[in-house]
Design a protein around this ligand. Structure first.
Ligand code: UDP
Length: 342
């Protein structure tokens, strides 16, 4: 198969690259490296089946050609992460909506109708307070908190675009609502809780739990996420579907902090940080978020292979190795300086 992945050097995208290259597919990645990293794909540098273009899909002149080449397109290029979304409210809308629209337009005009897999998010459920979130429930976007909901709005727009192009022009569209994807290559810079807690635990620094920590999330290992996503796209085929993709085990953020401390043997203490201090004035956190996976399971029979404990253990090992490298680098520097002094 020919696979085009926008945002393919990012966290989820690079795992999709791994999956498709392992299967012998040809993969074309386009990424502007705003949050993605070339190093996420470095282990494929010798693979002739991977092509990489550093470009912004809003302006990339070769988009039409790349779209015409593809059997399946994953649209993962997006401004993500709470901190980045709060800092760049206009960019979130521009990149997340306009890029998706440009991609779908290219698919329509190409004459050939590739399957389009659109990355949406559990954020579209907004303030929907149901215990379990089903795909056909209402999406409840708050009018409070200013631009905090721009990401949610942008993903609702992407969903509407995908479903409209499917209905009007027959482009097969799979909309995947990701629920808190976690795992190797995710960075904590833009807010994501798991890499932040693991980094703090490994360094024996205070674990920063925002608010009371009773808010819950359901974390899914990215290595499960990409298998589920591919299975879903394959099963849906030329049809169209919106589906939750995640893991339905729910855990509170305070329990998560304790679990990470326990599994890493850390001496970290838990430090509560007020939401205002963490995110600024205009912020509303979500109380709970747990997906119904009935649709995904009915369609694909998907079963998870990575429990949260395994993800944490892997991330702790990776972070320890990184810390060691930092220390070795530092020691080398110190030695070099003292050598110079001598
Ligand atoms: N969170 C936290 N400490 C951190 C980062 C995040 O307690 O250092 C909380 C955050 O307030 C939220 C949860 O962890 O309740 C998940 O945050 P994340 O940004 O990973 O995902 P999202 O809020 O989009 O589900």
């Amino acid at each position: 198969m020919h696979i085009l992945i926008t945002g393919g050097a990012g966290f989820i995208g690079s795992h999709l690259v791994d999956l498709h290259l392992a299967r012998g597919d040809k993969v074309h990645v386009v990424d502007d490296l705003s949050t993605g990293q070339r190093s996420n794909l470095a282990h494929h540098d010798d693979n002739a089946n991977l092509r990489f273009d550093e470009a912004d899909i809003l302006t990339w002149p070769q988009l039409d050609r790349a779209v015409a080449w593809a059997d399946r397109i994953y649209n993962l290029a997006a401004v993500v992460g709470v901190y980045r979304v709060l800092a760049e409210p206009t960019k979130v809308l521009a990149v997340n909506i306009a890029a998706c629209e440009r991609l779908l337009r290219a698919a329509r005009e190409g004459g050939w109708q590739p399957q389009v897999v659109l990355a949406s998010s559990s954020e579209v459920y907004g303030h929907n307070d149901e215990d379990i979130l089903h795909e056909d429930q209402d999406l409840v976007v708050s009018t409070r908190a200013g631009t905090r909901w721009n990401y949610s709005v942008s993903k609702i727009a992407d969903e509407a675009l995908g479903l409209s192009y499917a209905q009007r022009f027959g482009i097969p569209a799979v909309v995947s609502r990701f629920f808190n994807t976690v795992g190797p290559r995710q960075v904590g810079r833009y807010g994501m809780v798991l890499p932040r807690f693991v980094s703090q635990a490994v360094r024996n620094e205070p674990i920063t739990v925002f608010g009371g920590g009773l808010q819950t999330r359901s974390f899914c290992d990215v290595r499960d996420t990409v298998v589920a996503l591919d299975a879903l796209a394959t099963a849906v085929g030329r049809g169209t579907m919106v589906a939750n993709v995640g893991n339905d085990r729910e855990i509170s953020i305070i329990e998560l902090a304790r679990l990470i401390i326990e599994r890493s043997g850390s001496r970290s203490e838990i430090k509560h940080v007020g939401l205002r201090e963490a995110y600024g004035e205009d912020f509303e956190d979500i109380r709970r978020r747990r997906p119904s996976l009935n649709r995904l399971r009915d369609k694909t029979g998907f079963q998870h292979l990575y429990p949260l404990e395994r993800t944490i253990d892997d991330l702790v090992a990776i972070e320890r190795a990184r810390l060691q490298e930092e220390r070795d680098g530092h020691c080398t520097l110190v030695r070099t300086q003292s050598e110079r002094a001598a």
